[in-house]
Ligand binder design. Structure first.
Ligand code: 9D3
Length: 248
């Protein structure tokens, strides 16, 4: 998987991509990330990337030319999807705008994105981007949730982290991404490690019993209880195919 990221703040990405699973995925050659400074594609002597909205509105918008120039430079081809331009859209990687107006990022979306061998991420800033960027360039728009961020950069990092986890071989241990909490549709129940007693609180006996079937049943029970209490919406979303225990 190769991911190109277009941003006004490439330095923001340095920490998160250099630790843990992301660093190991890059070292193993499963993931490569190229950061592209939008400023380098800015207009004129001042490399301008933004301007005031037509019609009058507060704040600034990203101009279309630098973003289109950045994507065309990255892909080394024209990508302008004008009404009469015959660009084979099918051969393009997803060109994803991170924006509050995008479709919500879920584990299903993460898996879908992970099937591609390349992604192009555009990080919005200011009040947004000129609409013609969507019209001509963007194939997908994604939001990471209903809260206001300062720009698309942190959202892009979240997306890259989640996509990397589901790349085959990215997790350095036995447990597959399939068993991750959201993949099963349930929240994780309580978990314990040493010591067996801490300040008077014991680890539940069943976990020390060595009885694997009882442990599995207990965990499933606890996961269902916790999900019912905290995220009943997740239970409602689960289909019978994902939930063999439902008996349907
Ligand atoms: C006043 C309207 N605002 C929309 C809520 C304008 C606005 C605020 C913040 C426009 C862009 C932004 C910057 N945010 C993102 O670029 C962003 C984002 C987010 O704020 N929340 C969740 N996901 C994302 S993805 C990109």
């Amino acid at each position: 998987m190769h991911i190109d990221i277009i941003t006004l703040f490439p330095h923001m990405f340095q920490g998160p991509f250099e630790e843990g699973i992301l660093r190991r995925a890059r070292e193993k050659g499963l993931l490569s990330i190229a950061l592209h400074d939008l400023r380098a594609f800015g207009v004129g002597k001042h490399r301008q990337v933004d301007d005031v909205p037509y019609g009058g509105a507060p704040g600034m918008l990203l101009r279309p030319e630098p973003i289109v120039a950045a994507v065309e430079s990255i892909l080394d081809r024209p990508v302008f999807r004008g009404a009469d331009t015959a660009v084979e859209v099918e051969t393009l990687p997803p060109i994803i705008l991170l924006t509050p107006q995008g479709r919500p990022l879920t584990q299903a979306v993460v898996k879908e994105l992970a099937r591609h061998d390349r992604l192009v991420l555009i990080c919005g800033r200011y009040e947004g981007v000129d609409e013609r960027v969507r019209e001509f360039l963007v194939t997908d728009e994604i939001s990471i949730g209903d809260y206001v961020l300062s720009g698309g950069e942190l959202a892009a990092m979240v997306l890259v982290d989640a996509v990397t986890r589901v790349l085959p071989g990215a997790l350095g241990y036995e447990r597959g991404a399939e068993e991750d909490s959201f993949a099963s549709g349930l929240l994780e129940g309580p978990q314990y490690t040493r010591p067996p007693e801490f300040r008077g609180r014991q680890v539940p006996d069943v976990l020390l019993s060595g009885h694997h079937e009882r442990i599995a049943a207990w965990r499933r029970d606890q996961a269902l209880k916790r999900t019912r209490e905290r995220r009943p919406d997740l239970l409602e979303k689960r289909t019978s195919s994902e939930d063999p225990s439902s008996g349907e």
